[in-house]
Design a protein around this ligand. Structure first.
Ligand code: NIG
Ligand code: FE
Length: 405
């Protein structure tokens, strides 16, 4: 039995949201305790309260001095692409000079450049990359993360990507329909192949499936076929949708009962209302919009119409080379018009719901995983206030200190 007491915290801040993702005004309901403690036991939170309520403790409890620090739940990154080889720094430089992301993709660069670099790695090399990326996430306070495949697009590399995410402690999502690889004649032929040859094994390794529904990637009819087969194989469903064009991702997500539709930079009023009226979570990726110089998603309209939203990094080499959820919270407040409370709910409990972990992660409450971030700040809102996101002092996962600055 191991017990850890985090004591004398300046503040402890946690969202609610027990049974379902928080939506609309519920996202603002963050509970803040001053002069607080958290007691962890065997990997879960045992007790939370004010220091004045802390009773006598046994001698074997490890104590952590929380003076000058604020505790929030461990952050949950529900959308990342960590299984890749190489980098896209050359493409980044070309884009800085005016080339567009879609042009580079159409010319065989973009995602397909990373597919070539990822296929060139053996499984050990791929695992080392994912392990390194998960270390970056941890230092930014991410204690639970989802990792997609999608840079293999062949049987061996897709399955190796899913195994690498699982081995590094992530929740694997099979993004088998990310792009059409050069050896396939077209998207339909490629889907014939992945659904017959990759899905049976991918369904045993991943917990969800994802598709890039977009001009130049997969059309709505193709996305429906892929997702329906994945659902029948037992996977939860996610979609990359409305990144550049409104291509029917929201109606398809609602029709199929997907967990989320992610990006939404091109979503208009009709789409926002449809999403807000459904149980699908809108996952907003402002770092990706910033990195590509694209319009920001309509976060304020979504929340004001009652939608459930989450925020994530979209960490990947091409459109969002960051693993920092604190930075994403800053962007949420400065670019999306969200409040720090809405941002906190979106990177903790709601992101946990997107991963099927809303019941045991994303909040600080007795019985939940003892995953905490201690911010080196006098007020928990520094999570978003510090623009560089440089506020994470200590990370606790499963009741153990796993990172300390
Ligand atoms: O979510 N949009 C599709 N996929 C990724 C980017 C992939 C890449 O550029 O390598 C995204 O932004
Ligand atoms: Fe993505």
């Amino acid at each position: 039995m191991t017990r850890l007491l985090v004591r004398d915290l300046a503040q402890l801040a946690t969202p609610g949201g027990v049974g379902a993702p928080l939506r609309g005004g519920e996202l603002r309901e963050v509970a803040v305790l001053e002069d607080a403690f958290v007691l962890c036991r065997d990997g879960v939170v045992e007790q939370v309260g004010r220091m004045a309520e802390l009773g006598a403790l046994a001698a074997d409890v490890e104590e952590l001095d929380g003076r000058g620090l604020c505790a929030i739940p461990g952050l949950v990154d529900c959308h990342t692409h960590p299984a890749f080889g190489g980098d896209r720094v050359e493409e980044f430089s070309l884009r800085a000079g005016g080339a567009s992301y879609e042009e580079l993709h159409a010319a065989g660069g973009g995602i397909l450049a990373t597919v070539r670099a990822t296929r060139a790695l053996d499984e050990t090399g791929l695992r080392a990359r994912v392990e390194r990326h998960s270390g970056w996430m941890l230092r930014h306070g991410t204690t639970t993360w989802e990792g997609k495949s999608g840079y293999g697009l062949d049987r061996e590399t897709e399955l190796a990507s899913l195994r690498a995410v699982r081995a590094a402690g992530g929740e694997p999502t099979w993004l088998g329909a990310h792009s059409v690889p050069p050896e396939a004649a077209d998207a339909d032929e490629y889907l014939d192949f992945v659904l017959a040859e990759v899905l049976p094994e991918a369904a045993g390794l991943a917990t969800a499936a994802d598709v890039f529904l977009e001009r130049g990637a997969f059309a709505a009819t193709q996305a429906r076929r892929y997702l329906a087969a994945c659902r029948d194989a037992g996977l939860a469903l996610r979609l990359h949708g409305d990144q550049f064009t409104e291509s029917g991702a929201i109606p398809l997500a609602v029709e199929l009962g997907a967990r989320s539709v992610d990006h939404l930079e091109a979503t208009g009023e009709v789409g926002a209302r449809a999403l807000a009226g459904s149980d699908v979570v809108g996952v907003l990726l402002p770092a990706s919009a910033l990195f590509l110089g694209r319009p920001m998603p309509p976060a304020r309209a979504l929340v004001d119409r009652g939608a459930a939203i989450a925020l994530a990094t979209d960490f990947n080499p091409g459109s969002s080379f960051t693993t920092s959820l604190p930075l994403v919270c800053s962007l949420a407040c400065t670019q999306l018009g969200l409040s720090p409370a809405e941002a906190l709910s979106a990177v903790t409990v709601n992101a946990a719901h997107v991963l099927g972990h809303g019941h045991d992660r994303g909040r600080i409450a007795p019985g939940l995983h003892a995953d905490l971030v201690l911010l080196g700040a006098p007020d928990w809102r520094y999570l978003a206030y510090h623009l560089a996101g440089d506020v994470v002092a200590t990370v606790i996962r499963g009741g153990m200190i796993v990172h300390r600055r």
